[in-house]
Write a protein that binds this ligand. Structure first.
Ligand SMILES: [Mg+2]
Length: 230
């Protein structure tokens, strides 16, 4: 159902449009307020890059869960497109003098940066250059780089499809702890943090399986059913 929704639901597209509209509202206000050295910090996959083509292949070939080797092969094909509203929002930022920085924790080895930039260029995203893209191959902790950027820029909004894109506190291995943390950040959603939908992958998966990319063992498939109900 999650994949059918991603592939067909206009609601999926609308949620991206909504997210970018909200982000633009905040950038507009920051510009009107005369704030300087404005920046937006964004995640890459499933925030500004639409990965549905990868998932279509997964379903077509009957692969039960996310498959890392297939992902690495797919990344190199440059078939990612921009998510709905991404190009418009980032073009608006560029034209208004607002810098966009991307941070990803992809890992395709030595070529990770080059491959990611290739995807961004193919998708038509502004700021597709090494100065504006940070690749974190060794860790998925984005906070140090975010803090570093925030020292010299006024970051208006953070964009992501994974709560770990906003705070490392969500990188925990149980769903209840992730939910509990929302009490701390609730005022930030739709203000500082703009969240996009992703019902197929992310650290919510890690909270269930203890692994963001669990192998499709009988035990894990059983856990999947338990997570969905019983
Ligand atoms: Mg992502």
């Amino acid at each position: 159902m999650a994949l059918a929704w991603k592939q067909t639901a206009a609601e999926y597209d609308a949620l991206y449009m909504q997210g970018f509209n909200v982000a633009r509202m905040h950038v507009d206000r920051a510009l009107r307020d005369g704030r300087k050295r404005l920046a937006v910090i964004s995640d890459l996959d499933d925030t500004v890059l639409d990965t549905r083509d990868y998932w279509r292949g997964i379903v077509a070939d009957g692969v039960p869960l996310f498959d890392d080797a297939r992902w690495d092969t797919w990344v190199a094909t440059n078939r990612a497109t921009a998510t709905p509203g991404a190009i418009e929002f980032f073009t608006f930022c560029r034209d208004a003098g607002v810098e966009v920085f991307y941070i990803t924790n992809r890992d395709q080895g030595e070529k990770t940066l080059e491959l990611a930039l290739g995807n961004m260029v193919a998708a038509g995203l502004p700021f597709a250059d090494a100065e504006h893209l940070t690749v974190l191959r060794e860790t998925s902790d984005k906070e140090p780089r975010q803090r570093q950027l925030a020292q010299s820029r006024d970051v208006v909004v953070y964009l992501g499809d994974n709560l770990n894109d906003f705070s490392r506190a969500y990188y925990v291995t149980d769903p209840a702890s992730r939910r509990a943390r929302l009490a701390v950040d609730r005022e930030a959603f739709g203000r500082k943090f703009i969240l996009f939908p992703n019902p197929t992958d992310g650290h919510w998966v890690r909270a269930i399986f203890g692994d963001s990319e669990p192998p499709p063992t009988p035990e894990n498939l059983s856990k999947l059913h338990q997570a969905a109900g019983r």
